[in-house]
Design a protein around this ligand. Structure first.
Ligand code: ASP
Ligand code: MG
Length: 410
């Protein structure tokens, strides 16, 4: 007998008819002889509605009450699904976060799970009950309701799978899996069969639409195999799992883009020790994270210092930088809000030379200028003019042989 955790997202439980379909799928898995914990999100759109209600009351709603409110969407779906299964003759029982309990810290709206007490759930599983657990929510040590951040039901599912040492953690969603790039840009993007935790984390901008990133961190830490798959068919999706030799042989697994960055360049910065800290520490003090940084070679004792911040932080970052630049007698400040960051990700980069060169040559052949570059062990990112985003993604996807047709031809 296997212990299976299945998570269904908002779209999959978006109507009564869909909840009935989920119940059928759950019943099939149970009838096949498995123990089953089902984690559900709120019906699609419900959490957004609750968030909007909170903001109708005031601009900065109290964070404790905010979590009491936004966690309520999941209370509806666990009850409906449990009712449905019971009406079909199955033993089922809904569990809210505090009933499990899933203990978190008190960082309301972005709480982290500290531990899960599995005693009650185990007892119910052992007497043949199907557990229907509310995603997204937990309880802090004082008994306050907490939520895990938007998309947090994925993390609930992975955490429950880890705590219960489940054999399978299936995340049913409204896409077929993780793709080599955004299929809206490349119609020949391919579903990735298996991907390592680290690649999935680096593919964040792609992956975040599929899995909450925190759930991947959790899966990595506790070694949970996560199977992301469609709730509308039975096809296998993408398995997010430990890396192995075969994955290392693939140079590039995926290509992502992010259009939400902006560039700030401080010209004629006196080239002396400590200037990077002087420019950047006021930003970190304001909780603004800087992504890429480039400092040009010094000419007559001056250098240009360029960095990127996300669009949401741009105005504040510019204000702070102007002040800091004034203090160190730097020159003008130039900005560019029309940039995008293109990244290629793959475990194979660790052991194969020439991946960066191929990326740069491919972009050069299209006349796309690279403004900034940054690398990690398994990722290369470049900043380019935003108007070339789609073109860059397409030519790189082709150059690294990621299209469905390339794989079939092998
Ligand atoms: N209902 C929550 C949200 O919309 C949690 C989730 O769906 O995972 O963010
Ligand atoms: Mg989701």
């Amino acid at each position: 007998m296997a212990l299976v955790v299945q998570k269904f997202g908002g779209t999959s439980v978006g109507s009564i008819e869909r909840i009935r379909n989920v119940a059928k799928r759950v019943a099939e898995t149970y009838d096949a002889g498995n123990q089953l914990v089902v984690v559900v999100s709120a019906m699609s759109g419900e959490t957004n509605k609750l968030v909007a209600l909170a903001h109708e009351i005031c601009e900065f709603p109290d964070s404790r009450e905010y979590d009491v409110l936004v966690s309520s969407g999941e209370q509806v779906t666990v009850a409906l699904l449990a009712m449905c299964l019971k009406s079909m003759g199955y033993k089922a029982k809904s569990y809210l976060g505090h009933q499990v309990p899933i203990i978190t810290d008190s960082a309301f709206s972005k709480a982290r799970i500290d531990r899960i007490c599995d005693k009650k759930v185990r007892k119910d599983l052992d007497n043949g009950t199907i557990i229907i657990a509310a995603g997204f929510q937990g309880v802090d040590k004082e008994g306050n309701i907490s939520t895990l951040g938007r998309g947090g039901s994925d993390t609930s599912a992975v955490a429950l799978a880890a705590a219960l040492k489940a054999d399978v953690c299936d995340i049913y969603t409204d896409v077929y899996g993780v793709y080599t790039t955004d299929p809206n840009i490349c119609s020949d993007a391919r579903k990735i069969e298996r991907i390592s935790y680290d690649e999935m984390l680096e593919l964040a901008s792609l992956g975040a639409k599929v899995l909450q990133i925190r759930s991947v961190e959790f899966a990595k830490k506790y070694n949970v195999d996560v199977h992301v798959r469609s709730s509308f068919n039975d096809n296998p999706g993408t398995l997010v799992t430990k890396e192995d030799k075969e994955m290392e042989s693939i140079l590039v697994s995926g290509i992502t883009y992010a259009k939400d960055e902006t560039k700030i360049a401080v010209m004629r910065v006196p080239d002396k020790p400590g200037i990077a800290a002087k420019l950047l520490s006021p930003l970190s003090a304001a909780n603004i994270s800087v992504d890429m940084i480039v400092q040009n070679a010094s000419e007559d004792g001056f250098t240009d210092f360029t960095f990127t911040v996300c669009k949401a932080d741009f105005k504040k970052a510019l204000m702070i930088t102007k002040e800091a630049a004034g203090e160190i007698n730097a020159g003008d400040i130039l900005t560019d809000e029309n940039i995008s960051k293109i990244s290629i990700v793959g475990l194979g980069m660790r052991s194969h030379a020439g991946v960066a060169t191929k990326m740069f040559e491919t972009l050069a052949a299209e006349g796309i200028n690279i403004q900034m570059i940054s690398t990690s062990e398994i990722k290369i990112s470049v900043v380019i003019d935003a108007k070339y985003t789609e073109l860059a993604v397409r030519v790189l996807h082709d150059a690294f042989g990621l299209a469905a047709k390339d794989v079939k031809a092998e």
